[in-house]
Design a protein around this ligand. Structure first.
Ligand SMILES: [Zn+2]
Length: 409
C-alpha cells in the first residue's frame, strides 16, 4: 500500500469520527427541552429544572468549541508533519529507542495537556463554579495537574519503556509479554489503587461508628457479604458531585463513600446504593469486566503485533526512521473504529449489568430507597433526564434514570 493512501485513511478516520460525534451530540441537544416523563416529575422543581437546562446547554456549546478546536489542531499537526518533527527532535536528544520514545511521548502528552489546560480551567472555574459544583481552588487545580503529570511520567513511562524493551528483545512476540505485564499491572492496581494512588489526591478515613455503619453492616451480614473496610473520602474538596464505589478484591476489598454522598442521602438510601454495588459483586460483574478487558487487550495487542514490523506505519506519517512509537500512533488511529465498536458492546453489557444490580438491590433491600437515591443524585448533578436514544446506545454505561426507575418500580 502507498503510504500516502494510508495517510488519507487516517485523516478520514479522524474527520468521520468527529462528524459522527457531533451528529450524536446535536441529536441529544435537540431533546434538552423535551417534556419530562411523568415518573421523573418530582426530580426537579421548576427553578432547578431551568438551571439544569441552562447547564446542559452551556456544556453542549462548550464541548462543541473545545472539540472543534481539538480536531483542527490535530488535523493541522498531521498535515504539517508534526510527528516527524517531534520524532526528529527526540532522536537528536536520545541515544536509544526507549529514550527516544519517552521524549517523543513526553512532548506529545505535555504539549496536548498544556493546550487543553485553559479549557479544563474554564470548565472548572467558570461553568462548574457558576452552577455551584466547584469546590476546588486554583492552587489545588495546579497541584492536581502536577501530580497527574508526575504519576503518568512514572507509571506510563515505566510501562512504555518495558514494552519497547520487550519489542527489542523478542520482535513480534512482544505482544505476549506486554499482555502479561498489563494483566499483572491491572491486578496490582485493582488491589492497591486505594492505598497507593488515592492518598495522593484525597484523604480517606474509616467510617465512624454510628447508625450508618450499623445499617451497612446489618445489610452486608444479611446477604452474606464480608465487608470490613468502609471508608469516607473527602470528595467535597473538589466538587459537590457525589459518588460511591468498591475497590480491590479479596481481603483488600473496600467500600468508599464520598462525604458528599453522606450529606445528600439518608441512611436507607445509602444502604440501597451499596446494595446495588454488592449486587455487582455477587453477580460476578467485577470479575467479568476484568476478564473482558484483559481479553480485549490481548486481541488488540496481537493485531498490533501483526502490523508493527511494517515500515508503512511510520512512512504514512512522513517519519524516516521506522519505530515502535510512531507505529503505535498510526495503529492507534487505524484501530479506533474497532475499539469504538467494542466500546459500544461493553456499554451494552454494562447496561444489562446495571439492571441486574438494581434488581439485586430491589430484591434484597428495596426498590423505593434506590429510586429516591437515584433521583436525588440526578437532581444534585443537574443530570439530563431526556437523553437521545442514539446517545444512550453509544455512550451510556448505565440505563437512563427513567429506565431504571421503571424497572425498580
Ligand atoms: Zn452499578
Amino acid at each position: 500500500m502507498d503510504p500516502k493512501l494510508l495517510f488519507y485513511i487516517i485523516i478520514a478516520i479522524l474527520i468521520v469520527s468527529f462528524i459522527v460525534d457531533k451528529i450524536i451530540d446535536y441529536l441529544n441537544a435537540k431533546h434538552f427541552d423535551d417534556e419530562i416523563p411523568k415518573e421523573l416529575r418530582d426530580v426537579f422543581n421548576q427553578e432547578e429544572y431551568y438551571k439544569s437546562q441552562a447547564y446542559k446547554k452551556e456544556n453542549y456549546r462548550f464541548s462543541l468549541i473545545t472539540s472543534s478546536f481539538s480536531i483542527l489542531l490535530t488535523l493541522a499537526f498531521f498535515l504539517f508533519k508534526g510527528f516527524a518533527w517531534v520524532d526528529k527532535f527526540a532522536r537528536n536528544h536520545g541515544e536509544n529507542e526507549i529514550i527516544v520514545a519517552l521524549i517523543f511521548f513526553g512532548i506529545i502528552m505535555i504539549g496536548s495537556d498544556i493546550l487543553n489546560t485553559p479549557f479544563s480551567f474554564y470548565q472548572t472555574f467558570i461553568i462548574e463554579e457558576k452552577y455551584g459544583f466547584n469546590k476546588s481552588s486554583k492552587r489545588l487545580f495546579l497541584v492536581d495537574k502536577l501530580k497527574g503529570w508526575l504519576l503518568s511520567a512514572i507509571i506510563g513511562g515505566g510501562v512504555l519503556a518495558l514494552i519497547i524493551w520487550f519489542y527489542e528483545k523478542t520482535d513480534e512476540m512482544f505482544w505476549i509479554y506486554t499482555w502479561i505485564l498489563i494483566g499483572l499491572f491491572t491486578i496490582f492496581m485493582t488491589m492497591f489503587y486505594s492505598s497507593l494512588i488515592v492518598p495522593l489526591f484525597n484523604k480517606q478515613t474509616p467510617l465512624e461508628n454510628g447508625n450508618l455503619k450499623e445499617a451497612i453492616q446489618d445489610f452486608s451480614k444479611k446477604v452474606g457479604f464480608k465487608l470490613d473496610n468502609i471508608f469516607v473520602i473527602d470528595g467535597s474538596k473538589r466538587s459537590t458531585k457525589a459518588n460511591a464505589y468498591f475497590s480491590g478484591f479479596g481481603a483488600k476489598k473496600r467500600i468508599v463513600l464520598y462525604d458528599t454522598l453522606i450529606n445528600d442521602l439518608n441512611n436507607e438510601e445509602i444502604v440501597a446504593v451499596l446494595a446495588h454495588e454488592i449486587g455487582h459483586y455477587k453477580k460476578n460483574h467485577v470479575l467479568f469486566n476484568m476478564f473482558m478487558s484483559l481479553l480485549l487487550t490481548g486481541i488488540t495487542l496481537y493485531i498490533f503485533s501483526l502490523f508493527i514490523g511494517n515500515s508503512i506505519l511510520s512512512e504514512a506519517l512522513s517519519v524516516e526512521v521506522p519505530s515502535f512509537h510512531i507505529g503505535l500512533i498510526t495503529f492507534g488511529i487505524l484501530y479506533s473504529p474497532i475499539s469504538e465498536l467494542t466500546g459500544i458492546l461493553m456499554n451494552f453489557i454494562s447496561r444489562k449489568f446495571e439492571y441486574q444490580a438494581d434488581n439485586y438491590a430491589k430484591h434484597f433491600y428495596n426498590g423505593k430507597d434506590l429510586i429516591s437515591s437515584l433521583k436525588k443524585l440526578s437532581k444534585n448533578n443537574l443530570s439530563n433526564l431526556t437523553p437521545h436514544k442514539a446517545n444512550v446506545f453509544l455512550h451510556y454505561s448505565h440505563p437512563t434514570l427513567l429506565q431504571r426507575v421503571k424497572n425498580l418500580s
